[in-house]
Design a protein around this ligand. Structure first.
Ligand code: NAD
Ligand code: ZN
Ligand code: ZN
Length: 345
């Protein structure tokens, strides 16, 4: 089969590779029908994630058709259409029982990281019963691919950890696919104002189309001053960081109102300054973490009832064997005005 493999920092190849087989009775082999590229894949490719070794097939998002199931798999059979979760989890260990699928004692965030991923013709999914979801009849596959990672990430770590409530004023820093997923899922709770902050005017224009009530262009405007103007000097109820750099976490600390919440979604490669001396007097709650994908069943229902359409994040479409071209476009997202690219078998 064909697969996109990591070949050390800065290098990747679309190569012929052995098709995966069942290794454990709980495994499921899935034939990929649609996959996508994530900012995390770009981090891995740069060499920022040393645990990823040469030869690893990248990718952790996708949908497909069950090809083969292990003897202990109860929920799926060959031919079933499935959504792949970016986190694989047994559903039975102490962490899984608490909903901490990202910390499953026999899984977690491993797909395209510690085991081969979804940017290939076939993928082996450990603990298939708990790591795959049946695709509802008639569901849009492009929308579903957004439910592998970015939509649960935005919802769980941005919206739920941020305790977004009806009427709240919220600010999202970072209008990438993850920030946009925060924007789409925050609207389940009818916040009063949603301010999107980014430096890219094209992404800010898209954010307005997707429901942002206000936008702030970093570089052209002073984000902190503008937020204070908009909120009569109080700040926002919820500040959500969806970039992963010290400057944006700092912005969140400055714009959050007394009694408010900071939800940090971005992955930080370097330490950030925590201004406890300013935050404690404002009674601020700070949350952060890895996506658990334990809200996927609920998000699947929102697709069905038309509450949200994440397929609008898709800007480019390729065939699976155009993987290298797709990386070229996604790797130059700002220049190419790319948000999510879809690769179809
Ligand atoms: P992205 O790089 O596509 O988007 C980031 C956005 O931030 C871009 O639009 C960019 O213009 C903007 N930006 C950069 N610097 C800025 C600044 N100083 N001020 C304002 N805006 C700025 O990334 P993405 O794929 O949307 O992911 C966002 C973050 O979420 C990343 O750090 C990613 O690793 C992380 N992530 C976390 C989880 C999790 O489990 N918590 C899961 C997936 C992704
Ligand atoms: Zn991802
Ligand atoms: Zn587990």
């Amino acid at each position: 089969m064909k697969a996109l493999v990591y070949q050390g920092p800065g290098n990747k190849e679309w190569v012929e590779k052995e098709k995966p087989g069942i290794q454990k009775p709980t495994d499921v082999i899935v034939k990929i029908t649609k996959t996508t590229i994530c900012g995390t894949d770009l981090h891995i490719l740069k060499g920022d994630v040393p645990a990823v070794t040469e030869g690893r097939t990248l990718g952790h998002e996708g949908v497909g058709i069950v090809e083969e199931v292990g003897s202990a798999v109860a929920n799926f059979k060959p031919g079933d259409a499935v959504l792949i979760s970016c986190v694989t989890s047994c559903g039975k260990c102490a962490n899984c029982k608490r909903g901490l699928y990202a910390h499953c004692e026999d899984g977690g965030w491993i797909l395209g990281h510690l085991i081969d991923g979804t940017q290939a013709e076939y993928v082996r999914i450990p603990h298939g019963d708990n790591s795959l979801y049946p695709i509802p009849e008639g569901a849009d596959e492009e929308a579903l691919v957004m439910l592998s990672d970015i939509m649960p990430t935005g919802f769980e770590i941005g919206v739920q950890y941020g305790h977004v409530k009806p009427g709240d004023t919220i600010a999202i820093v970072g209008a990438g696919p993850v920030g946009m997923s925060v924007l789409l899922t925050a609207q389940f709770y009818s916040p009063g104002k949603i301010v999107m902050i980014d430096m890219d005017p094209a992404r800010l224009a898209l954010a307005r189309q997707f429901g942002a009530t206000d936008t702030i262009q970093v570089g052209a405007e002073d984000a902190v001053a503008r937020i204070m103007e908009m909120t009569d000097g109080k700040g926002v109820d919820v500040a959500i960081e969806a970039v992963g750099v010290p400057a944006t976490f700092d912005t969140c600390q400055k714009i959050v109102a007394a009694g408010g919440n900071i939800a940090n979604v971005g992955v930080h490669g370097t330490p950030v300054e925590l201004h406890i001396e300013e935050l404690w007097i404002k009674n601020i709650n700070i949350s952060m973490g890895l996506v658990n994908t334990n809200t996927t069943p609920m998000l699947l229902k929102t697709l069905g009832n038309g509450k949200v359409d994440p397929s609008k994040l898709v800007t480019h479409r390729f065939k699976l064997d155009e993987m290298m071209e797709a990386y070229e476009i996604f790797g130059n997202a700002a220049r190419e005005k790319a948000m999510k690219v879809i690769l179809s078998a």
